[in-house]
Design a protein. Structure first.
Length: 82
């Protein structure tokens, strides 16, 4: 559970960075905050959307980047070659 909490905290930080450059509804930030406080359990679909907002294809790609296995650029390698 501690690992998931850390991952959600990193997602919230990434969302806060993106809010500076992109308009976002407060609901995204509030959702992650509720997850961190244990008020709600995150759905995979919601985590995928939030990860997409901060530059990743899905939640698993975001987690891989957190743990050093990938970064957001690897999500777009196929697009760059075209």
């Amino acid at each position: 559970m501690e690992k998931k909490h850390w991952e959600l905290k990193k997602l919230l930080e990434a969302i806060e960075r993106e809010v500076i450059t992109k308009p976002v509804r407060a609901v995204a930030k509030n959702k992650v905050t509720a997850y961190l406080q244990g008020l709600e359990k995150p759905k995979k679909e919601t985590l995928d959307r939030l990860a997409l907002f901060v530059g990743f294809q899905d939640w698993n790609s975001f987690r891989d980047a957190l743990h050093g296995d990938a970064d957001a650029e690897t999500n777009y390698e196929g697009e760059k070659k075209q």
